[in-house]
Ligand binder design. Structure first.
Ligand SMILES: *[C@@H]1O[C@H](CO)[C@@H](O)[C@H](O)[C@H]1NC(C)=O
Ligand SMILES: *[C@@H]1O[C@H](CO)[C@@H](O)[C@H](O)[C@H]1NC(C)=O
Ligand SMILES: *[C@@H]1O[C@H](CO)[C@@H](O)[C@H](O)[C@H]1NC(C)=O
Ligand SMILES: *[C@@H]1O[C@H](CO)[C@@H](O)[C@H](O)[C@H]1NC(C)=O
Ligand SMILES: *[C@@H]1O[C@H](CO)[C@@H](O)[C@H](O)[C@H]1NC(C)=O
Ligand SMILES: *[C@@H]1O[C@H](CO)[C@@H](O)[C@H](O)[C@H]1NC(C)=O
Ligand SMILES: *[C@@H]1O[C@H](CO)[C@@H](O)[C@H](O)[C@H]1NC(C)=O
Ligand SMILES: *[C@@H]1O[C@H](CO)[C@@H](O)[C@H](O)[C@H]1NC(C)=O
Ligand SMILES: *[C@@H]1O[C@H](CO)[C@@H](O)[C@H](O)[C@H]1NC(C)=O
Length: 454
């Protein structure tokens, strides 16, 4: 999660479509998201908005300026490697909840070799970043049934366990994040182990799930009074009581939901509700979720709220009707706020999209969103777009069905292409630095000397 910048890779993109019809008044094409497409929820449904947000995500942030590295085609200019992995799960969820196969080829093309994933983060092992890919690959397996994704998720799990677990047993083990043990790495692996056990029946994963859970308990990562979740374990095997990051509780909730079924014990489900409700209670302002980093959030924090609501949906799917509706109403309030206060949709209203890593080669299409869900719209980037996409997908009504040619919209994924500095890929003020056939964008304060930013 640390890394932004250097060795980003991956995934797909969509566009290169000659026909950008959101900006014209021509008849809708399969790319377009049209009222009625997701049933009789009018044009305000979460599914329809999710559809629009996804198209905007695919169209606005391509190509990436750091696509040259490792010959990989980067997707949409995400310059956060792990966010790039984490959003794959949202693509799969949208297909599943939205009853469609949009961008299926794009999703499938995210498959990589373990070697390539490791290389992308070399030399520093980054277990949490790996686990985002593992969780997403498992979800893709669940939705598409492609066993290659299951196998890769298993390899990621094993690699994390082999190298990332504290085998000395200090504080009960735990997964490392560099030289400390963050909660996120551990709750990710809790969930990944549980899901792998559910899909394979292999008791090794069951044992690792239980061992990880013991570690989480032993280190007091969940506050017993407020059910807020600490961000890091101290050297003294206690939670550090930094409760500020919503994604910790989100991923934990996802793990607890899995444990409930595996262990046939509803106490885990009760705990999941308490953790989820604590996050909603302590992090909502006028009913809208606000990450406590606001207004000075880093790029990791751009997607935390999205990861929380993604997992809230997994909890909703095993909740009774009344509880489900309460969560759904809260999500609906967030969505209403986002689409009325925090949106920029140039085709509808004059506003500016800011591109994180230099301008798109293609004309922008809305709607795009701001990090602050209460608004107003100020600035947008692909990670924030992915976060709102998560929010919209999380509240798609159960039983939603998709109608029309748009349901199978599946653009081909262009082959990887090296960009060079000649493509002018860097933001204004940031020197482009070329080294052999790769390049990077230096910081504004740096200069490029012989292929190195200094
Ligand atoms: C929703 O549909 C109505 C009527 O079809 C239209 O006037 C309105 O602009 C639409 N709103 C959005 C946000 O698409
Ligand atoms: C959509 O839902 C119908 C049943 O309502 C189902 O038969 C169909 O397979 C679903 N399609 C997708 C792509 O999920
Ligand atoms: C169970 O999973 C572990 C870890 O991936 C693996 O080493 C072992 O071979 C698996 N066992 C079976 C029976 O597949
Ligand atoms: C661990 O506990 C000792 C003794 O109470 C204390 O001095 C130290 O600051 C603690 N370390 C951390 C990392 O909390
Ligand atoms: C789950 O637990 C309940 C209550 O303890 C019990 O009735 C049920 O048989 C258990 N189911 C399984 C599959 O173990
Ligand atoms: C948590 O967020 C609050 C602002 O909401 C801030 O005052 C506090 O310093 C943050 N704590 C940590 C450990 O970052
Ligand atoms: C968009 O940005 C341009 C250049 O900064 C500025 O002139 C224009 O007023 C902005 N438009 C809106 C609607 O904010
Ligand atoms: C973008 O829009 C402008 C003005 O609407 C148009 O002149 C230009 O050709 C468009 N560019 C592309 C790549 O579609
Ligand atoms: C808008 O975004 C710019 C660039 O990130 C930032 O400097 C500014 O403080 C933001 N304004 C508001 C009101 O959030």
């Amino acid at each position: 999660m640390a890394a932004v910048g250097s060795t980003c890779m991956l995934v797909c993109l969509a566009l290169m479509w000659p026909n950008s019809n959101l900006v014209t008044s021509s008849a809708p094409t399969p790319e377009d998201c049209v009222p009625g497409m997701f049933g009789n929820h009018g044009n305000g449904s979460a599914a329809l908005w999710a559809c629009r947000a996804q198209v905007a995500l695919q169209r606005n942030w391509f190509p990436s300026p750091i696509a040259g590295l490792f010959s990989y085609q980067v997707w949409n200019g995400f310059d956060g490697f792990w966010q790039n992995g984490a959003v794959l799960e949202t693509f799969a969820n949208f297909m599943h909840y939205g009853n469609h196969t949009r961008y299926q080829t794009c999703l499938k093309s995210s498959l990589r070799q373990m070697y390539d994933l490791i290389l992308a983060y070399a030399p520093a092992p980054s277990y949490d970043d790996m686990a985002w890919f593992g969780l997403s690959y498992l979800r893709i397996y669940e939705v598409l049934g492609d066993k290659d994704f299951l196998s890769l998720a298993q390899q990621i799990h094993d690699w994390n366990y082999q190298y990332g677990w504290d085998h000395t047993g200090t504080c009960g083990g735990g997964y490392w994040f560099y030289d400390k043990k963050t909660t996120i790495t551990n709750v990710q692996m809790l969930q990944l182990s549980a899901k792998l056990y559910r899909h394979t029946g292999n008791s090794t994963f069951l044992e690792r799930m239980k061992t990880t859970w013991k570690y989480i308990q032993k280190n007091g990562l969940i506050d017993q009074e407020t059910f807020q979740v600490s961000n890091i374990a101290t050297d003294n095997c206690t939670g550090n009581r930094d409760f500020n990051k919503t994604f910790n509780s989100g991923v934990l909730v996802g793990g607890l939901v899995e444990m409930t079924n595996i262990l046939n014990d509803t106490s885990y489900l009760n705990l999941a509700h308490r953790v989820a409700q604590a996050t909603i209670f302590y992090n909502s302002h006028q009913g809208v979720l606000v990450e406590r980093c606001w207004p000075e959030c880093d790029k990791d924090e751009y997607v935390y709220k999205g990861i929380f609501v993604r997992h809230l949906r997994y909890l909703m799917d095993v909740s009774d009707d009344i509880t489900r509706k309460a969560y759904s109403d809260w999500l609906d309030g967030n969505i209403k706020s986002v689409i009325s206060n925090a949106v920029c949709w140039p085709e509808m209203r004059s506003c500016n999209i800011t591109y994180q890593d230099g301008p798109s080669l293609y004309n922008k299409t809305g709607p795009v969103f701001d990090l602050e869900w209460r608004g107003p719209f100020n600035i947008s980037n692909p990670m924030v777009q992915a976060e709102v996409f998560d929010l919209l997908v999380a509240n798609i009504a159960p039983g939603t069905t998709c109608h029309g040619t748009g349901c199978t919209y599946d653009p081909p994924v262009p082959p990887p292409r090296h960009l060079t500095c000649a493509d002018k890929p860097c933001p204004t003020g940031q020197p482009c630095c070329e080294y052999h056939k790769s390049y990077t964008c230096c910081e504004e304060t740096q200069k490029c000397v012989k292929g190195v930013c200094t």
